[in-house]
Design a protein around this ligand. Structure first.
Ligand SMILES: C[S@@+](CC[C@H](N)C(=O)[O-])C[C@H]1O[C@@H](n2cnc3c(N)ncnc32)[C@H](O)[C@@H]1O
Length: 342
């Protein structure tokens, strides 16, 4: 339509130019017509250029709009990515906090358990140390009491360990001083023999006989007794370990030949033979000695808390129910058995 309009305009311009030329002169009208035609052509060209520019402008606008849309979408996308990254960061931080808390809880739990164990072990150790200190104190007290009762002439052999502990030695010496025995028999010689000899010497009458299966220990005890001037009070007899028949079977015990002259024994200290000699090694003492004991005789069994000695006591009590007995509160346990008087 526009093009038709424009053609019409050019025709009108040509007609106008022609009319003008007819009116003036044909040359002038030709120039005028040409001028109009040129003018119309120029206008046509300018209009076309303007149209092209407008078209280009429109496509540029569309492009800009599209770019703006893309930018917006990109921006939205960026925001979404940023939100996702921030959410992931939060999740990670929460995860890390949770992991830290779990680790702290687990480690804390273990640390607490460990601390409790250490505390418990420390308490047990402290208890053990207290008990040990108490035991030691009682032994020192017993030793002091022993030296109050007995005035010794030389240094005494060590007590405790293989020898009797001071608490048993004190009971043993007190038993002698109280019971005034004529005959004291020891199964197993050593420090106990020396203390017993001093106690008997203090009484002014009586004797100590000690059975010793080992030649070397027999000699050692004899030498110690002689050094203390007690050789006449105590007699250490070598009595090698030999088979012996007792109600419970055949045992290994001191050779009974060493007992040939012993009757009416008033006090027996059972501290041998040593454990490895035989199972329940000290058991034969009662079956072998029973008929050689005086009425009211006292038997002291050392180490009575050991399983072997508990089994021995059990046997004795069932085989000789007439024996009365009690336990003395010593560190290694001592059983005191008494033969009835009648
Ligand atoms: C328990 S001990 C007798 C200790 C004794 N009644 C005393 O108070 O010293 C029993 C036997 O062990 C032996 N004996 C003693 N001291 C020993 C030692 N230090 N090492 C190994 N055997 C020992 C001796 O033959 C002793 O007759």
């Amino acid at each position: 339509m526009r093009r038709v309009g424009f053609v019409a305009l050019v025709l009108v311009a040509g007609v106008v130019g022609g009319v003008a030329g007819w009116r003036a002169a044909w040359l002038s009208s030709a120039i005028a017509a040409a001028t109009f035609v040129l003018l119309a052509g120029g206008l046509w060209w300018v209009r076309n250029r303007l149209n092209a520019v407008r078209k280009h402008q429109r496509s540029t606008y569309r492009l800009i709009e599209s770019l703006l849309r893309q930018q917006k979408s990109l921006h939205r996308h960026q925001k979404a990515v940023a939100a996702a990254v921030s959410a992931a960061g939060r999740a990670q931080r929460a995860e890390t906090r949770h992991a830290h808390r779990s680790v702290a809880k687990a480690v804390g739990g273990r640390t607490n358990a460990l601390a409790k164990k250490i505390e418990h072990a420390a308490e047990q150790e402290a208890d053990r140390s207290r008990r040990q200190a108490d035991r030691m104190f009682r032994q020192l007290e017993a030793l002091q009491n022993l030296y109050q009762l007995i005035r010794v002439r030389r240094a005494m052999p060590p007590s405790r360990g293989w020898a009797l502990s001071p608490d048993v030695l004190l009971s043993y010496v007190e038993e002698i001083l109280r019971g005034e025995p004529r005959t004291v028999l020891e199964c197993g010689s050593g420090a106990s023999t020396v203390w017993a000899a001093y106690a008997v010497e203090l009484l002014g009458s009586g004797r100590v006989v000690a059975l010793e299966h080992d030649q070397e220990f027999a000699e050692r005890t004899r030498t110690t007794l002689a050094g203390h001037g007690l050789a006449d009070v105590a007699d250490v007899r070598l009595a090698p370990i030999a088979p012996i028949d007792v109600p419970a079977g055949t045992w290994q015990w001191y050779d009974t030949a060493a007992l040939h002259d012993l009757h009416d024994i008033d006090l027996v200290l059972i501290d041998g033979p040593p454990k490895p000699t035989h199972r329940q090694a000290r058991y034969p003492a009662v079956p072998v000695l029973r008929d050689r004991l005086a009425p009211g005789a006292v038997l002291l069994l050392d180490d009575a808390d050991r399983p072997d000695e508990r089994a021995i006591l059990h046997r004795w009590r069932s085989e000789w129910p007439e024996l009365t007995w009690n336990k003395l509160p010593h560190e290694k346990g001592t059983a005191r058995l008494v033969v009835p008087r009648a």
